[in-house]
Design a protein around this ligand. Structure first.
Ligand code: HEM
Length: 133
């Protein structure tokens, strides 16, 4: 592991965001920074999907696909450093949808746990009523 640590330079989001063209493209996955310029053409999933994340955080997209161990091994060779500070939030440029979806998801999760409490309280009330009535 010392080999990867040796090249663990750190980059801030603003710096990463500058590398957003086909000829100079960096992406962030799990807070590691990757120079995928040379890899673009070789990507089995095509160039376009990676280009969408040029200079941005591609963690979710990368994980959602369920990339193989081989893919993860490939990543190791492309790493140029670590992200310092906040993740590049520029994903919003491609559409405000991404973050909004997360907020909705969180709200849904919250409301479903509250939703369970109501029938539970009702059941307790019914049992209590039957016991004492
Ligand atoms: C540097 C980052 C990436 C590497 C090293 C990488 C590597 C690979 C590899 C090796 C495969 C072949 C299947 C496998 O082994 O899992 C693959 C497939 C695929 N990748 Fe990536 N990938 C990267 C980033 C991304 C990103 C950001 C996306 C965005 C959605 C993406 C989407 C896909 C898709 C859709 C396939 C499936 C292609 C198919 O089976 O037809 N990849 N990738």
């Amino acid at each position: 592991m010392s080999t990867t640590e040796a090249k663990a330079k750190t980059f801030v989001a603003a710096e990463i965001a500058k590398h957003n063209t086909r000829n100079d493209i960096w992406i962030v996955i799990n807070n590691d920074v990757y120079d995928v310029t040379g890899f673009l053409e070789e990507h089995p999933g095509g160039e376009e999907v990676i280009l969408e994340y040029a200079g941005k955080d591609a963690t979710e997209a990368f994980e959602d696909i369920g990339h193989s161990e081989d893919a993860r091994d490939l990543l190791k060779g492309l790493m140029i450093g670590r992200l310092e500070g906040d993740a590049p939030k520029d994903a919003q440029q491609t559409g405000a949808g991404a973050d909004a979806d997360h907020v909705h998801l969180r709200q849904k999760q919250n409301s479903s746990s509250w939703g369970l409490l109501v029938p539970l309280a009702l059941a307790v009330a019914v049992v209590a009523y039957k016991m004492y009535a």
